[in-house]
Design a protein around this ligand. Structure first.
Ligand code: HEM
Length: 452
């Protein structure tokens, strides 16, 4: 297989300063001087060669804001920016124009406007090397008309009618994982035994993949959304996962399986290339489990903070549970930013001038905590809340999450089942000791020890 993480790691260009600093305690002043120096190096390289995201091994400090959290909340700086400058030009150490959009209406407007923004990221990636422009595909990085054609191919699999057929299977996965949690006893890790395996098995079944590569995939999923190593770590994991899916597609060309990959091969035959099909499967796979896994763990944490909320999910009606799930989606906004958008031409948004090629980062966690839409006390979890214009946890417009109904179904099944099976469920460690993802496009938690 193409590139183990180790090999990819060696191939990446780690600025010398960072390499030297690794593993040692260094004074903050030294660290910030080294960071500025590394920034200048990158800036010079970008001026010479143009930006190559697959080689960017750090995220500039100012661009981290939409990915940082305090506990389950976005950092206060995000709310400050939203209040004062909902479309904010980030001053980065290199000449690359990036705008951070945090207001609900502004984010919604960007995501709705496919005539002004492109999702195609390939001009920022090289044609050769460990990660090439060819590696990146799937719906999220594609524009119309290709996006329209590919999305039409997968949409039938995500209709309510087709999804309803998956529900009994999801219930079985949930029961099986709750049995494993019970068998592991108090102190067991809910993230490992429930939050991850339920969506993972669901997505493997949906696509028609076997579970053999489970451990490798688990690792790749986390790396892929991790921004601590800049974009390079994420793109390294893209290649590896893509390689695996290429193999799966090639195998199913000969013998189409029972899931989505096999179905598309049966319906489309040679009309769809292996690259497009692997890209589609990759997008569905990647979007489909790390996000829902994060939601299951974090939702459990939030519900356990207030016995009334846990009781509402344990004993409430389907409508009650649906309301709680919607508020959890808004409140947690696990997909912290939308896919990057690129201005197709010079334009104005909210009084700000954008030039053709400018990058727009739409902060979904910022938008979902905007009082203009969420109403009063947007930082409070309140299942009775009805945001005036809905939440944006699944995005908006033509790239809106294709798996939204599947994710809702999984949450609707797993959360009540968990709280009913373990009425005394509680965190095994204080919330402050939990290890939240530090800098990830998809917010989550790596371990959640519980007692019951
Ligand atoms: C709670 C769980 C989930 C959340 C919060 C979530 C969130 C999102 C968001 C915000 C986007 C749009 C980003 C943008 O407009 O730039 C998106 C797109 C997407 N999601 Fe999800 N997602 C979840 C679960 C799933 C599941 C279960 C699947 C698949 C089974 C999935 C597959 C996708 C795909 C393929 C796209 C790209 C759609 C396109 O570009 O047309 N997601 N998701």
């Amino acid at each position: 297989m193409f590139g183990t993480p180790d090999r990819l790691h060696r191939q990446r260009t780690v600025p010398t300063a960072r390499r030297r600093l690794r593993g040692r305690r260094v004074a903050p002043a030294v660290r910030s001087r080294a960071r500025a120096w590394a920034g200048r190096l990158v800036a010079r390289r970008i001026q010479r060669k143009g930006i190559d995201l697959s080689a960017l091994t750090f995220i500039p400090e100012k661009a981290k804001v939409p990915l940082q959290r305090v506990g389950t909340d976005p950092v206060p700086r995000l709310a400050q920016l939203r209040a004062t400058d909902p479309v904010h030009r980030l001053k980065l150490p290199f000449d690359f124009r990036v705008h951070l959009v945090t207001g609900h209406d502004q984010v919604r407007a960007v995501l709705a406007d496919r005539d002004s923004y492109s999702n195609d990221i390939r001009h920022l990636l090289p044609g050769t090397g460990p990660t090439t422009a060819e590696d990146v595909g799937g719906l999220g990085f594609t524009d119309a008309p290709v996006h329209t054609r590919l999305r039409k191919i997968v949409t039938p699999e995500f209709t309510m009618r087709r999804l309803a057929r998956l529900e009994p299977m999801i219930e079985r996965f949930v029961e099986q994982q709750l049995d494993e949690l019970e068998a592991a006893g108090p102190g067991a890790d809910l993230a490992k035994l429930v939050s991850f395996p339920v969506p993972f098995q669901t997505i493997c079944a949906l696509l028609g993949l076997d579970l053999d590569d489970r451990d490798a995939f688990a690792r790749l999923g986390v790396q892929r959304f991790d921004a601590t190593g800049g974009a390079a770590g994420a793109f390294g994991a893209v290649s590896e996962q893509r390689e695996f899916l290429f193999d799966a597609v090639a195998r199913q060309r000969k013998e189409p399986g029972p899931g989505l990959i096999g179905q598309i091969i049966r319906d489309e035959g040679d009309l769809i290339s292996d690259v497009d099909l692997a890209g589609l499967a990759d997008g569905v796979f990647t979007g489909g489990y790390e996000t829902t896994a994060g939601m299951i763990s974090l939702s459990t944490m939030v519900l356990l903070r207030d016995p009334a909320h846990a009781a509402l999910v344990r004993g409430g009606s389907r409508k009650d549970v649906d309301r709680v799930v919607e508020e959890l989606l808004r409140y947690l906004s696990v997909v912290q930013v939308a896919f990057p958008r690129f201005a197709k031409h010079d334009l104005e948004i909210d009084g700000h001038q954008l030039k053709a090629g400018d990058v727009v980062i739409a902060s979904l966690s910022g938008a979902n905590r905007d009082p203009a839409s969420a109403g009063t006390d947007p930082d409070t979890f309140d299942p009775a809340r009805v945001p005036s214009s809905g939440h944006l946890a699944f995005g908006h417009g033509i790239h809106r999450c294709i798996g939204a109904e599947l994710a809702r179904m999984e949450l609707r099944v797993v959360l009540p089942a968990l709280l009913r099976r373990f009425p005394d469920l509680a965190l095994a460690v204080p919330a402050e000791e939990l290890s939240f993802r530090q800098l990830s496009f998809v917010f989550g938690i790596d371990e959640l020890p519980v007692t019951f």
